[in-house]
Ligand binder design. Structure first.
Ligand code: F0G
Length: 473
């Protein structure tokens, strides 16, 4: 272990998320589960001993000193709220320069008076994952890790690969060896290209994300490789910052709803923790509600929450029911299948923490099918904010929740747009250009019947009159 003893490493610790266990561990330990009961861990703080800000507005002071990389970062400028590392060991590559934008096109589409899109596609590797990866790499550096790994549907791996290589360029930093496990043929082209380009050893497993996840856990444990999936509690500390930036964008006012796509459920878990802590610290007076949107083809959380009625229940959630659900899922060979490949996941590893977030934020779970997701994606694109399919689930889900009256037309809603449009360009081009039977064929068995928001490319011969005619339409 190389970390320097400091105020941060003395006042932060790891704690089992199981309230009935609550075992605690030092910040220098490398764990992805509680040694006593096997649950996930949280990073926790001795708030009485850390200098927590008294008002959120205090963070604005850092805007004036952007030459300091910790103040430039959209994660570390909130360091007082994730204060587990000495400043000199922070690994940052300028993540979190993202945007909260009021978006009229999406507002009309969803039936809301106004809607805000939090565009996390603007991160260095093009997705929200960088928020968590900066925190995870910082901890990896604190404990002297040299080799890091993850399983991924493509964005975690892109982010990990970028940070591993960029680590060498950071003052006092060292390049890390990166290994990523992905389901063969199950990740979008843009994402595969990123991992290869950034130099990660890319292991394509003949299977799904869930298989890759199991394998990477096995391998990292036996080989002593530092695991950077969201079972790593430090990752989620970084992802809390997405919520801080939303508040910043809203002049520190709490919105009525946060809507987020749900895959492995790291984001929703982190968001619940972020708001829970802000309330505990007296930095906000009320909580937003949380809506997690599954793809219909990968709807484990939706079914567990709405059909099996599984609830957090102060940590005593019905694990037997969850186990029976998974058993039946296996027996029926019900594999996740959605065009939103980022969230094509059967067994979300952060289920317990997400249930806790849903309880804390009076949350609910909805689902959107691939047609709804692609239509919503086209609407987001029209607004000039391109996103990948999974990200549009938040907008598609919002539309349904407004239609059913769960979300009021006047309410202040923020949809998290998790990944950039260029992650999955083929899907976008197919949606906009294919017609009739070609459309269904192009989207194979995803059930895409129409592309009502298509912006078709116009084919013309290389002749001026034909070009002028094409300009008329
Ligand atoms: N949106 C995008 C673009 C994602 O890449 C992911 C997850 C999610 C939403 C779901 O977020 O897991 O926090 O519920 N991608 C992971 C990956 C699984 O490997 O890149 P979650």
């Amino acid at each position: 272990m190389v970390y320097i003893k400091s105020m941060q490493t003395e006042t932060a610790f790891q704690r089992c998320a199981n309230p009935a266990c609550a075992a605690s561990y030092g910040i220098g330990e490398v764990l992805t589960a509680c040694r006593k009961c096997g649950w996930l861990l949280d990073v926790a703080y001795d708030w009485d001993r850390v200098a927590a800000p008294r008002r959120l507005k205090q963070f604005e002071k850092k805007w004036a000193s952007r030459r300091n990389p910790l103040h430039f970062s959209g994660v570390w400028r909130f360091k007082e709220l994730l204060n587990f590392a000495p400043d000199e060991l922070v690994v940052t590559i300028g993540e979190g320069q993202t945007l909260l934008r009021s978006e009229p096109e999406a507002a009309r589409y969803t039936g809301l008076k106004n809607i805000f899109l939090q565009y996390e596609g603007l991160n260095p590797s093009g997705s929200f994952k960088d928020n968590g990866m900066t925190a995870g790499f910082t901890h990896a550096r604190m404990v002297g890790a040299r080799k890091v790994a993850c399983a991924s549907t493509g964005n975690t791996s892109s982010s990990l690969a970028a940070y591993a290589s960029a680590s060498a360029a950071i003052k006092g930093g060292q390049k890390m060896e990166a290994v990523v496990f992905v389901g063969s043929g199950r990740i979008a082209m843009g994402k595969l290209s990123q991992g290869l380009d950034y130099g990660a050893r890319t292991i394509q497993i003949m299977g799904y994300f869930d298989d890759a996840m199991r394998r990477v856990q096995e391998v990292s444990q036996s080989q002593g490789i530092y695991l950077l999936n969201s079972v790593n509690p430090f990752r989620l500390e970084g992802q809390k910052a997405i919520m801080y930036r939303i508040l910043e964008g809203l002049n520190w006012e709490v919105p009525d709803w946060i809507v987020v796509p749900g895959g492995n459920l790291g984001n929703s878990s982190a968001f619940g923790k972020a708001f829970g802590e802000l309330l505990e610290l007296g930095l906000i007076k009320r909580l937003p509600r949380l809506a997690v949107i599954n793809a219909t083809g990968a709807n484990t959380l939706y079914r567990l929450f709405n059909e099996e009625k599984v609830r957090w229940n102060a940590g005593q959630y019905d694990r037997a029911r969850v186990a029976a659900f998974y058993k039946q899922m296996d027996a029926e060979r019900r594999d996740a299948h959605t065009i939103a490949s980022a969230i094509e996941i059967n067994r979300p590893v952060n289920l317990s923490k997400c249930l806790r977030a849903l309880a804390r934020l009076d949350g609910l779970v909805a689902q959107a099918d691939d047609q709804e997701i692609l239509d919503a994606k086209a609407i987001v694109g029209r607004g000039g904010i391109g996103c990948e399919p999974a990200s549009a689930a938040s907008v598609a889900g919002t539309k349904k929740l407004v239609q059913s009256g769960v979300i009021g037309r006047e309410e202040r809603v923020v949809c998290v747009i998790t990944g950039h449009q260029l992650k999955a360009p083929n899907t976008t081009v197919d949606y906009h250009s294919l017609q009739g039977p070609e459309l269904q064929k192009g989207f194979k068995d995803y059930g895409i019947r129409s592309n009502q928001f298509a912006n078709r490319p116009i084919q013309v011969p290389n002749e001026l009159p034909a070009i002028l005619k094409a300009l008329e339409g």
